[in-house]
Design a protein around this ligand. Sequence first.
Ligand code: NAD
Length: 324
Amino acid sequence: MPHIVVADPIHTDGLERLLKQPGVTVDHPGNASNEPLAERLRRAHGLIVRGTRVDEALVADAGQLQVVCRHGVGYDLVDVPVLTRRRIALMITPEANAASVAEHALMLMLSLARNVVQVSMGVRRGEWRVRGQSDTFELGGRRVLVVGFGRIGTRVARLCAAFGMQVVVYDPYIPAGTIRGAGYEVAVDRESGLAQADIVTIHVPANDRTRGMVDAAFLSGMKKGAVLINTARGTLVDEGALEAALRSGHLGGAGLDVLSVEPMVTRLSMLSLDNLIVTPHVAASTAEGLRRMAWDSAGNVLDFLAGRGDRDAVVNLEVLPTTS
Ligand code: NAD
């Protein structure tokens, strides 16, 4: 009988989907014992994680585990080679939160363009006549560089185009024809894309090749006064270099949903800057996003254990039997 462990709280609809499945037992934060998670995994066939790190120590004794589903799409907290070596599939919920994250990126752009956080806080202090608003700007007509043209980047590009922005895409892994066919300009190289953009928005995965890619050189290559948006992963950005670029006035602003260390344990000195907006990794956490991520996580694990897993949602395809 399949036994599924849900390591972190998920939307009730996803949990219900598991609990209503005949012949399946579910260990979840609402009914779990005080045993360490690694112990609880000893008899598990499926595991759903949100913020839990999945490493060798966690799965060492999970001899029956066949599938881990990460609620969301980023799996930088999962040691994929460890799962692959143990022939455990890693699944994600590919489309579940892309619309929410794309809207969040646009929200950060708009908030920085119109200085929303500062003026709203001013109104709470009774300030109505706001000076210095001539430095706010419209998104329409501005040039945006979308770095990474995947599930989220394509949606951001579409939303930016709807605002009348000139959309330029940098993604060396996507054929130029695909980007042009979607109606956008292709950045011939990263440097030229950065040099001309008023807004740069990051939508690439965090991995060994991309970690720290938004470094001092990247930032100094951006146009003076330009704005950086990062809703991808905090580890992509050198936060010291970002703070320096904001303090020197080289960058006009930054909007971050993610930090290199989460949750933030020590208050970052850059938080004193007015031209910085930080949200606490909530871009995907709309009602719709949370429901879809939980629903799809449950479906992924149930289907996989029933032998009809969605290959498109599997990260380490090499653990699946080859199809001829
Ligand atoms: P995706 O895999 O669909 O797309 C990523 C794209 O980046 C691909 O097209 C790939 O070709 C491109 N890419 C890879 N390396 C690149 C590079 N060096 N330069 C330019 N392009 C490169 O991923 P996605 O679902 O769109 O997710 C994008 C990012 O958003 C990931 O980092 C993910 O973890 C993050 N994310 C954040 C949240 C949140 O809550 N803030 C939620 C979901 C996803």
